[in-house]
Design a protein around this ligand. Structure first.
Ligand code: NAD
Length: 262
């Protein structure tokens, strides 16, 4: 299958975790991919290049900091110059910080809102003109179950994720009569570095082994007692890119082992 051959996907925060899983899955469908994120970029670049090689897909990387609008503008200019624009935009970069609101560091609040929410505004406003001109586009916002329900200790994250679900709906309406779709994916627990830190913190807090902390974390929220994988989320993104999904607009689609069914 290579139905994304000739298209370019830009996935923010794709040097790790869910973003990397989505980038790999899109490359397997033939999409050229622009990666973004901190840390080692060479490893992810060669993995994604290998995934798309059979289709002749190109891979690029831009290290823009998603909390800085000027750097986001530079990244979108790079994608336009090197790849002819972005056809599939996956707003995925995100961070977490857990503390009750009265103890929440103000700088962490600002960073979470900037990276998890405002960055999607900047990439989207810059991507839409060329999507409109081409008459086709897919915007996929990686929100969270925390875009639909809340947990204590995560006020900034929950605010940002509820915000991105609302943003998704508004932009879906603005583009409803075009070939652009805008949707959110709402994962429950996925075992990535972002969640591993919460498991490790829990083990320390409760004085229990990490394996037990992992079981407790799942048992508290996710009825399937299984993590969703980045690849499964990638396959949902592939579906949203397909023709079959062209009338799916403004949805927040959970893949959460039953978390939000409760
Ligand atoms: P992760 O920590 O594995 O990956 C985060 C990625 O974002 C990394 O590539 C990192 O370099 C990048 N990043 C962080 N700050 C950045 C910045 N300022 N500029 C550019 N890139 C930056 O985390 P993950 O679990 O894969 O999370 C990815 C997304 O999925 C986030 O939006 C997160 O909120 C969401 N999510 C995760 C889970 C989960 O259980 N892991 C569940 C629901 C939603």
């Amino acid at each position: 299958m290579s139905f994304l051959k000739g298209k370019t996907a830009l996935v923010t925060g794709s040097t790790s975790g869910i973003g990397l899983g989505v980038a790999l899955t899109l490359a397997r469908q033939g999409a050229s991919v622009v990666l973004n994120g901190f840390g080692d970029a060479e490893g992810p670049k060669s993995e994604v290049a290998a995934a798309g090689r059979a289709h002749g897909a190109k891979v690029g990387y831009h290290g823009a900091d998603m909390s800085k609008p000027a750097e986001i503008e530079a990244m979108m200019a790079y994608a336009a110059a090197e790849f002819g624009g972005v056809d599939v935009l996956v707003n995925n970069a995100g961070i977490q910080h857990v503390a009750n609101v009265e103890d929440f560091p103000a700088a962490k609040w600002d960073a979470i809102i900037a990276i998890n929410l405002s960055s999607a505004f900047h990439t989207t406003r810059l991507a839409i003109p060329s999507m409109r001109a081409k008459g086709w586009g897919r915007i996929i916002n990686i929100a969270s179950t925390h875009g639909l329900v809340a947990s204590a200790g995560k006020s900034a994250y929950v605010a940002a994720k509820h915000g991105i679900v609302g943003f998704t709906k508004a932009v879906a309406l603005e583009t409803a009569t075009t070939g652009i779709t805008v949707n959110a994916i709402c994962p429950g627990w996925v075992l990535t570095p972002l969640v591993q830190k919460q498991i490790d913190d829990r083990a320390t807090r409760d004085g229990i082994p990490v394996a037990q902390a992992e079981k407790d974390l799942l048992g508290e929220k996710q009825p399937s007692l299984q993590f969703t994988t980045p690849e499964q989320l990638g396959e949902l993104a592939v579906f949203l890119c397909s023709d079959a999904a062209k009338n799916v607009k403004g949805q927040a689609w959970a893949m959460d082992g039953g978390w939000t069914a409760q």
